[in-house]
Design a protein around this ligand. Structure first.
Ligand code: HEC
Length: 148
C-alpha cells in the first residue's frame, strides 16, 4: 500500500514536470534569460508597477490628480529609470524589448502631465485614456517575452 502511494506520488511528480516542460515548449513568447538575481529584481519591479497602477487608479477615482501624476512619474515614468537599474538590465534585453520598456516609461511620464492638466480642466476621460497607453506597453511586452 505504501509502495503504491509512493509510486502514485512519483508518477504525479513526473506528470507535473512533463506538464511544465510542455507548457514552456507551447509558449510562443521569447525567453529572455537574465542572471537569476536580475530576474528577481525585474519581477520585483514588475510587482511594484502593478501596485503603482492600482495607486494611480485609486488617486484618479478620488480626484487626487497630482498624486496620480507623482506616482506615475516616480514609479513608472522616466524618473524611475535609475531606481530600477534600467540601464544595467537593458543590456540583457533584446532591442525591441528595450524599446517597449522605453515606450512604457515615456507613456507614464506623458500620463503624469495629462493628470496634472486634469487637475486644472477636470478632463478625467483624457487621463484615463493616457493611462491606457501605459498598460498597453505592459501588455505588449508580456505578450512577446518571458523571464522563466
Ligand atoms: C519591457 C518588458 C516589460 C514591460 C514594459 C512590462 N513588463 Fe511586466 N514582466 C515582463 C516579463 C518578461 C515578466 C516575466 C513574465 C514571465 O516570465 O512569464 C513580467 C512579469 C510581470 C509580473 C509578474 C511578477 C512576478 O512576481 O512574477 C507583473 C505583476 C508585471 N510584469 C506587471 C507589469 C506591469 C503592471 C507593467 C506595466 C506598467 C509591466 N509589467 C510592464 C516584462 C515587462
Amino acid at each position: 500500500m505504501r509502495r503504491t502511494l509512493k509510486t502514485i506520488a512519483l508518477l504525479a511528480t513526473i506528470a507535473g514536470l512533463v506538464g511544465c516542460a510542455t507548457a514552456a515548449a507551447d509558449d510562443p513568447r521569447q525567453l529572455v534569460a537574465l542572471p537569476a538575481p536580475m530576474t528577481q529584481h525585474m519581477l520585483s519591479n514588475m510587482r511594484d508597477h502593478l501596485l503603482a497602477l492600482t495607486e494611480i487608479q485609486r488617486a484618479l477615482g478620488a480626484g487626487a490628480y497630482q498624486r496620480a501624476a507623482d506616482v506615475a512619474e516616480q514609479r513608472i515614468g522616466l524618473s524611475s529609470l535609475e531606481a530600477h537599474g534600467a540601464a544595467h538590465m537593458a543590456a540583457f534585453m533584446p532591442q525591441p524589448m528595450q524599446d517597449i520598456g522605453t515606450q512604457m516609461h515615456r507613456a507614464a511620464s506623458r500620463f503624469a502631465l495629462v493628470a496634472q492638466e486634469t487637475g486644472a480642466d477636470g478632463n478625467v476621460a483624457r487621463a484615463v485614456t493616457a493611462l491606457s497607453s501605459v498598460t498597453e506597453q505592459c501588455v505588449a511586452c508580456h505578450t512577446a517575452y518571458r523571464a522563466h
